[in-house]
Design a protein around this ligand. Structure first.
Ligand code: ASP
Length: 338
């Protein structure tokens, strides 16, 4: 029997049509196109059903509340389908791909997010290949986790980040090996996949109740006054994009004192590196140690997207601050290397 896939279309360039104000999502448009594509109907392709969100969104317009219906759709159709392909805009795809593994507890089937830089309706596009290969992987390969497929690369969702606004190779996972490569053949990197640790329990969906969380990127000359406003109530958590291996200007005493006070007040501050690749290691430099001494936690090699969605998730569990701080540094769903 052919594998059965559920395509969940939430919006994004892949299904957009040209409008008077640029490309925009248009209800029903993607389905019309799929119905006319002989390659999608080919006997070697998995069979599929398409579900379209209403409204369809440019992913720049998505918020954490738009992640829940995706997770719930997967949950309510879990038994009926062998895999799920989420068609999503590229701008915030890495955020959704980082949040879903935390929200879908007990996942044992492939959930593959994909999209494109050029809509399917254009003659020259990357949508066709991304869609067909994502469907092939979701239907025929054993990848029981949330992945992002784009331009020949199968990435762990919570390790992915958007690297290019224009290139077809728009995504990468700089701190984790690709889960697969689609070239002349599709090769899955079995050793990089998550081990299945879930018992045969039903898939659970964890709702996120987004608290007041922010991200702040350090830059030379950042003033304590700017940071003070940022750290003001009601901030509960912060992803601090630090320099290199987790450094800040340790000669800026007022800045350090502000961070210290915020941590003592219960704000969970997580440092990640603002470099494209690498990890936070407070012990490397005095400028890093100063941050650790102020109470900032190391986000190790998490992406900003993973650190932010993890803070959303941990705050949604309504745990004690000390427990949240300790869980930030632990690997929950493959989002960091311990
Ligand atoms: N703005 C679009 C979106 O994120 C970009 C894309 O899909 O490539 O929905």
């Amino acid at each position: 029997m052919k594998p059965r896939l559920l395509l969940i279309h939430v919006g994004g360039t892949i299904g957009m049509a040209a409008g008077s104000r640029g490309f925009m999502p248009q209800p029903g448009f993607l389905l019309e196109q799929l119905d006319r594509m002989p390659e999608i109907q080919h006997p070697e392709m998995p069979s599929y059903e398409l579900m379209e969100s209403s409204p369809l969104l440019d992913s720049s317009n998505m918020t954490p509340s738009d992640w829940l219906p995706i997770a719930q759709t997967i949950q309510s159709n879990y038994a009926e389908f062998d895999g799920f392909v989420v068609l999503h805009g590229t701008d915030t795809m890495a955020y959704t791909a980082s949040a879903l593994p935390l929200m879908l507890r007990g996942l044992r089937k492939p959930v593959i997010l994909t999209g494109s830089q050029i809509p399917l309706c254009q003659i020259r596009n990357d949508a066709r290949e991304n869609l067909i290969t994502a469907m092939m992987i979701a239907g025929y390969y054993r990848v029981p986790e949330v992945c992002l497929y784009f331009a020949g690369r199968l990435l762990r969702g919570c390790r992915s980040t958007k690297m290019s606004a224009h290139r077809f190779e728009a995504f990468d996972s700089p701190n984790y090996p690709w889960l697969g490569v689609a070239g002349t053949s599709i090769e899955i990197n079995e050793a990089a996949l998550l081990p299945i640790t879930w018992d045969e329990q039903p898939l659970q969906v964890q709702r996120l109740t987004p608290p007041n969380i922010g991200t702040l990127r350090l830059f030379p000359g950042i003033t304590a006054a700017v940071v003070e406003h940022f750290l003001d109530q009601p901030l509960e958590g912060l992803v601090l994009e630090a320099y290199g291996s987790g450094n800040l200007p340790s000669n800026n005493r007022p800045l350090l004192e502000l961070l210290d006070r915020a941590c003592q007040r219960g704000v969970v501050i997580v440092a990640v590196t603002q470099c494209g690749h690498g990890k936070v290691c407070f012990g490397d430099y005095e400028t890093g140690r100063a941050m650790g001494d102020a109470g900032v936690i190391s986000g190790r090699d998490m992406t900003v997207e993973a650190a932010l969605t993890k803070l959303f998730y941990l705050h949604s569990l309504q745990r004690e601050k000390a427990e949240i701080r300790s869980l930030v540094e632990q690997n929950l769903v493959g989002e960091l290397s311990e």
